[in-house]
Design a protein around this ligand. Structure first.
Ligand SMILES: [Zn+2]
Length: 209
């Protein structure tokens, strides 16, 4: 992972979910454990100014996994992903409004494809790693290479840290689900079918048609 920095918005969203679900004190503990205590008194802004590196973001997510366990972290990541999707549309109104107007004229499958293409571009722009979208008969599949959501969880598991028995990239799952629901007006189940933290070579997300 290169020294690319994520926007403050993403940190803002993650901190908000930790605070809402686990409380102010848990957030402060998490930030101290993650060497991010400077944010305790200076919360990140909800904009695109540069915050921590992708590597540091990955470590923060691993610390959340370690501190709150698979179940607690899942709630934080899933809620963060939903909120993150909404915030990205708020920040990039042109990108998504154009998509929104065009979407209404298209059949459902094309709508899903178009919105996932936007999310694919957005993901690569945010983290600098490849995202690949492919279509099969029953579903779209998004592949994330060098996935920042689980890179550090995977590394810690290999080195004797917390065990991983299920996929952990719930942020991505929730972003895809939220975006596709927004773009089509219908809920389409999204499932992470392969995860680097489980030993798979890439993380794969299945978006049902
Ligand atoms: Zn992953």
């Amino acid at each position: 992972m290169e020294e690319r920095r994520i926007p403050n918005l993403l940190l803002h969203v993650v901190f908000q979910q930790v605070s809402d679900l686990m409380g102010e004190k848990s957030l402060a503990m998490l930030l101290r454990q993650s060497s991010l205590s400077t944010y305790i008194d200076n919360p990140p802004s909800a904009d695109e100014s540069p915050a921590i590196t992708v590597q540091e973001y990955s470590s923060l997510l691993a610390q959340i996994y370690e501190l709150f366990g698979p179940r607690g972290s899942r709630a934080i990541f899933a809620q963060g992903g939903r909120k993150g999707g909404q915030e990205l549309r708020r920040l990039h109104p042109t990108r998504y409004n154009l998509a929104g107007a065009a979407l209404k004229l298209l059949p459902e499958n094309k709508r899903i494809e178009l919105i996932l293409q936007k999310v694919e571009e957005e993901g690569t722009a945010l983290y600098g790693n490849p995202h690949h979208l492919r279509e099969e008969d029953d579903a779209f599949y998004m592949e994330i290479h060098a996935c920042p959501y689980c890179a550090e969880i995977a590394r810690r598991a290999r080195e004797g840290g917390p065990d991983v028995s299920h996929p952990v990239c719930h942020i991505a799952t929730a972003v895809y689900q939220e975006m596709v629901e927004w773009g089509t007006g219908h809920s389409h189940p999204v499932q992470e079918t392969a995860c680097i933290a489980l030993g798979d070579p890439v993380c794969v997300f299945r978006v049902a048609k």
